[in-house]
Design a protein around this ligand. Sequence first.
Ligand code: PHE
Length: 355
Amino acid sequence: MENLNQIESEILNKIKSAKDRSAYDLIKTQIFGKKGIITELFKKISDLEQSERKEYASRLNSLKTKVTDILEKKLTDFDQSEINKKLKNEKIDVTLPGRTYFTGKIHPVSQVIDEVTSIFSEIGFAVEEGPDVENEYYNFSALNTPENHPARDMHDTFYLNHSRDLLLRTHTSPVQIRTMLKGKPPFKIIAPGRTYRHDSDQTHSPMFHQLEGLHIDQNVNMGHLKGCLYYFVKKFFEVEKVKIRFRPSHFPFTEPSAEVDIGYKIQDGKIKIGEGDKWLEILGCGMVHPNVLKNVKVNPKKYQGYAFGVGIDRLAMLKYGINDLRAFFESDIRWLEFYGFDPLDVPTNYRGLSR
Ligand code: PHE
């Protein structure tokens, strides 16, 4: 009879020497495979004498169970150590200091453009756009501002060529012309955008923003203009009471013309809107001049209306208590972190504009 004890210790040594899964698999076949050690031993049962068979078979069976158990345990050990190795490699040191990362902020000017657009669209104004680089026809002539008109100098225009026909638009009013030329009345539009003038101090910047408004229909009058602006200012500043002053003024493209100031006061270093005796000019407006309507082939006997141009940056300064306009365009990340808005905080009329 085979020396089962010796075979057993050989097998156990073999198993002990297995260093990884593939070695383990190989050993398993060497033991239990078709020609495996234990398989061969079982085959020998039939060669034995009847008297020896029983004992041999029972010893062989217990050897088989023992080896199977050991192999099983070895396999779980391998799997466990594999997992441990993986965990060790993928370990994150949570005690490392965090890296600062910035969520972008919405610039106050963009925020205010969204706010005013939201207010005006709710009362029926569509949004229009025009190019920053204009020609003098749209920026001046069509707006009833002929050559040598003093308003052309007043605007401190940036000309882009010697013949002075290309320029950076000095206001958003050329969008009035572009809109009326491409459509038919009635018109009810706003046009936010960049504007440029050769001017720079605490409340002026060479590049600034305006919002043009234009409403032309058969029965539009100055009362509508005032009503619309009151409505806008109240909504925008989110106050019930506003102090607004219409001052007679002059623009070549409106008649009569007015400038609108907003009453405010400074209390505890903060701007309060609608109270006090300080005034800040925020917009120019008036009834569209018949000559302008004629230039765009709209019959002034049948149609009339108002237009206005609001200084968007000034609105932002007033509403959010920012006192130097130039800081708007310095791209200082700390300034933007402080005055900017959360990107997900899109202003809507029903949710409240600035919350
Ligand atoms: N375009 C004028 C300006 O920039 C403002 C304005 C617009 C006035 C529309 C009247 C009507 O000063």
